[in-house]
Design a protein around this ligand. Sequence first.
Ligand code: ADP
Ligand code: ASP
Ligand code: MG
Length: 454
Amino acid sequence: MKVLKFGGTSVGTVASLRNVKKIVDGLPEPAVIVVSALGGLTDQLISTARMAAENAFEYRNVMKEIRERHLRIVDEMIPENRRVRVWEAVSILLGDLENLYTGISLIRDVPEKTLAAIVSYGERMSSIIVAGMLENADHYDSLDIVRTEKWFERNIADRALTDKRIKETFELPLARHAVMGGFISTDRNSGEITNLGRGGSDYTAALVAAALNAGELEIWTDVDGFLTTDPRIIPDARIIDSMTFIESMELCNFGAKVIYPPTIYPVFHKNIPIKILNTFNSTAPGTLISDHISESARVCGISMVNNMAIISIEGKLTSNVAEINSRAYNVMARHGISVAVVCQPMDNATFMLSLSGADSDKAVSLLQADFMPEISAGTVSEISLRKEQSLIAVVGEGIKQLKGLGARLTNTLERNGIEVRALSDGPSETTIAIAVDTDVAKKALSLVHSSCFN
Ligand code: ADP
Ligand code: ASP
Ligand code: MG
């Protein structure tokens, strides 16, 4: 049994939905189909909420557009015998959505909870439409299946409870296709609507695949596979035929948008292969992500993440680098801040860590408090912050065997006038991370990409 996930562009238009139908109709056996909201709708639902809060009546026009877009798709895609039933179900949701917007325009505020409820309508409607469009499919309500819990300010999947709910919901072998919305969930305690984070439909599909021990997870999107880097920045990026779970995890953690990062872990754990496939070119082989490691070390791909910061801890660190490392990590972990990379000092004088720019002011205050004794004693002379950084991650199993790669890339960048702010060539076996100023990051990515792949 397979789990297939179709992203927003795959379910965005009548033409793309026809492709989806063809792909699902061609399956040899029933599958679980996880779908995103119609392409662009989640952004539109959010911006419309802001519009309504400013009491701009424009929101009513957008609501009309949203209604018409769904109606048109229902009209074109749902066979006549089911059309009225599907349209009624979608209409009820559209009515509820409009009421929420009216409420917002009256109170002139968008509480977080209301925004979470609003964005849920995207996947609730698209999943009903896709289930109705297929001949042999039942619709399942993800709000009854996927449960989240609070983790600091975020909602994260409650894996155990969600696993249990998935197993209770789907009886194997499936008699018919099962269609559900991705991304959306409910809080396990309050029952309020939540979600798994932007791009989270991939993760829903992985949770289902893992719970049901699926044979494969297919992520259907709008490119021919996982590419050597972001094709929107580097148009000549190439398709990667196959890669390991770890490689995909590293590339996605460092910004490759093609899969939502938490997705890989549940399937990796169960050794369920992932395929990245193109809804608009369904015969292309795509990319296979599995536990198979290619024989020779190679650079698999390169990704880039913006809005990062570097914190440097400077001083006479010679004797206690390991301690500083673990203390810095622990302080961050206790406050729910994740550290992207650590750069061990070559000169034993500057220890650097890189993390999200949004967390960086708080992180500096926390580090200053924690290292107060060393600051007083003079072993730490300064804790400084550099914002507007981009991290370029060069990823490949066994990359450390490619001796001198870090130095070669640093040279290439510096020869082209780009200063490398930090280089993490140490702890991870699969990744070399290079920090550069964001205003030169695209140029840096292009240089690193051509240096690795030409
Ligand atoms: P979906 O709506 O199907 O979830 P996304 O927009 O989330 O699609 O992800 C697919 C997009 O990710 C592609 O259109 C591509 O522009 C972008 N992308 C960024 N980095 C990569 C990469 N390394 N390989 C493939 N696609 C990438
Ligand atoms: N519709 C959601 C989003 O746009 C989830 C997803 O597409 O994966 O973020
Ligand atoms: Mg996506």
